[in-house]
Design a protein around this ligand. Structure first.
Ligand SMILES: [Zn+2]
Length: 214
């Protein structure tokens, strides 16, 4: 559902630009609101959430979809963990669709889907692994890396149950906003994928804005 936010960018407590192919890792405290802003449009932001107190509890696509009875994410979606706890709630969305079925790009899937020569291309999973290696104090390990949300990515389910990566429906200035219900670690890969239309074949930066609503 398309909804706008009343949050003012100039009142944000923190703002980060995440370049195409780069990552962001950081803490979002319970009650804080995170906006992911698609600066130039058609950009996928592959995002994982972890319980800051115990990163073995993480975002779960299955629990989220089962409880809401919908495979797509938008305003009102409760983002649940593998222990079925609500981690965040999407509170505003000017894009209208976010995928949680397609998974993240990896060198292995690039090889299988596109070409063996694509194996050396940078992928979201590489960015996540680099992030947790460069920030070991968050306590996230390789085994904790699980399914994710592809914010702004358009992955419609076909009538016969297949998945297709379609041209994005996002546009410059579209955003999605979520409020944390527990202290979470946000791990976001700004997708570098060049082999399908999820980034319009031209990966671009996103901006993260955080407000303290406590
Ligand atoms: Zn990717």
């Amino acid at each position: 559902m398309l909804t706008t936010s009343t949050q003012q960018p100039e009142a944000a407590q923190a703002r980060y630009i995440v370049d195409a192919g780069d990552y962001h890792i950081g803490l979002l405290k319970a009650g804080q609101t995170l906006r992911i802003l698609d600066l130039q449009g058609n950009q996928a932001a592959d995002t994982l959430f972890f319980n800051a107190a115990d990163p073995s509890e993480h975002y779960s696509a299955m629990d989220t979809m089962r409880e809401q009875g919908n495979v797509y994410l938008s305003t009102g979606s409760l983002l649940r963990s593998n222990e079925n706890n609500v981690m965040l709630e999407i509170v505003a969305d000017t894009c209208g669709r976010h995928d949680t079925l397609g998974g993240a790009c990896a060198t292995e899937s690039n090889s299988v889907r596109y070409d063996l020569e694509k194996r050396c291309m940078h992928a979201c999973r590489d960015s996540w692994m680099l992030a947790i290696a460069e920030h070991p104090h968050y306590g996230i390990h390789k085994r904790d890396i699980s399914h994710n949300i592809n914010f702004f990515m358009n992955v419609p389910v076909t009538e016969d149950g297949g998945l297709t990566f379609e041209d994005g429906i996002s546009a410059p200035g579209k955003y999605v906003e979520m409020q944390a219900r527990m202290d979470v670690i946000v791990l976001l890969s700004n997708c570098p994928q060049l082999n399908n239309p999820c980034n319009g074949y031209n990966p671009t930066p996103v901006e993260l804005l955080i407000w303290d609503n406590l």
